[in-house]
Design a binder for this molecule. Structure first.
Ligand code: UDP
Length: 237
């Protein structure tokens, strides 16, 4: 078994990452590719917790812009994250990787109700645990859920897989002069107003000293990030 930099990681995927070109829904090919990336790090002995967003299905803030009550829209958004979690569980099943979906909102028998001690025990035994339904509360995001669950489940790092290969001084798409940080402190992220995760999530990570590694989600990168740990940008104290 290869020695890895991290023993237990929480991988945060945005819902949009599952949508592919269409920008909405779940693309089964992308799902399979992501599941095989996850399978390969699990096989290398890394314990994997997963938080998947729901932006490919519903975002409460967008629903409320269309006139819906915000908390109602957020409830729909949280249900969307459960759907994504179930889809990923199915894809991991097909790769022969044991996986349990937990939800912050009770909905047995579709998935288990969140239980921190059971999650710790499952992770220790090599089972992938998908934490769905966010924090279970409106007005939060799955970034905050990722920070919370990573801390509760004693992960070594949050791995935030994104469309860009790290954190830049400015939006690299709009500003070609923007440069990438190899590493950066939480305080600098907040002071510079850099969009890594929402501020509540970064503040929680700062308080609990939970590092965040931001990297581009493309083939082989999850393994590289887990084994070498020197990919993308590391946010630390
Ligand atoms: N959400 C929520 N509480 C949470 C997490 C998520 O209400 O603790 C809702 C919220 O409406 C959010 C949606 O679920 O917009 C989907 O999550 P998010 O926007 O974080 O998904 P991502 O952008 O990562 O795909």
């Amino acid at each position: 078994m290869a020695s890895t930099k991290f023993n237990r990681i929480l991988l945060k995927l945005s819902g949009e990452a599952l949508a592919g070109e269409k920008g909405h829904g779940i693309d089964s090919e992308i799902l399979t590719t992501m599941a095989s990336e996850i399978a390969s790090v699990v096989k290398s002995g890394v314990q994997v917790a997963l938080v998947i967003g729901g932006g490919n299905l519903v975002r409460g803030i967008s629903a409320s812009a269309g006139g819906m009550n915000r908390a109602q829209g957020d409830a729909m958004g949280m249900l969307g994250t459960v759907m994504n979690g179930l889809a990923m569980q199915d894809a991991l099943d097909k790769q022969g990787i044991p996986c349990v979906v937990m939800s912050a909102i009770r909905m047995e028998p579709i998935c288990e109700f969140f239980n921190r001690r059971r999650a710790l025990s499952l992770l220790s035994s090599g089972t992938v645990v998908i934490f769905s339904a966010g924090t279970g509360n409106p007005y939060f995001t799955t970034d905050s859920a990722a920070a919370l669950r990573a801390i509760e489940s004693e992960c070594d790092v949050i791995m935030k897989a994104t469309k860009v290969d790290g954190i830049y001084t400015d939006d690299p798409v709009k500003n070609p002069a923007a440069t990438r940080f190899d590493d950066i402190t939480y305080t600098e992220v907040i002071n510079r107003g850099l969009k890594v995760m929402d501020t509540a999530a970064v503040a929680l990570c700062l308080e609990q000293k939970m590092p965040i590694l931001v990297f581009k989600m493309e083939k082989g990168n999850l393994t590289k990030a887990t084994v070498e740990g020197n990919l993308g940008t590391l946010v630390h104290c």
